[in-house]
Design a protein around this ligand. Structure first.
Ligand code: HEC
Length: 83
């Protein structure tokens, strides 16, 4: 029983810590979400779909973003917009 409670608390902590303004797959390279937000702003994308299109097709850095999921790009856009 104790083990189960510990697992639940541990799990809740991991979930809340990672959802506090951070998209793991972006932070891996960009270090902070502030940097990601800054880049997103500079890209001029006005919607999550535009940002996906930009990173997939238009950016000079598109090769670097092949491994990131559309889902994560959209999440990052939403997070950046909150600032
Ligand atoms: C494999 C490493 C890597 C990953 C993963 C990564 N990036 Fe990047 N990204 C870079 C590098 C390197 C640059 C260029 C240097 C810079 O501006 O920081 C860059 C640039 C950018 C730019 C500006 C591109 C331009 O052409 O102006 C945006 C926007 C961006 N990243 C968003 C994201 C988002 C959102 C994620 C997560 C879904 C992400 N990146 C994940 C490495 C990465």
């Amino acid at each position: 029983m104790k083990k189960l409670v510990a697992l639940l608390i541990g799990g809740a902590f991991v979930v809340s810590a990672s959802s506090v303004f951070a998209v793991e797959s972006c932070v891996k390279c960009h270090k902070t979400m502030d940097k990601v937000a800054e880049n997103i702003k500079k890209s001029g994308a006005k919607s999550a779909d535009e940002l996906v299109d930009f990173l997939r097709n238009k950016s000079a850095k598109k090769a670097l973003h092949k491994s990131v999921k559309d889902e994560d790009i959209k999440k990052a856009f939403a997070e950046a917009g909150k600032k």
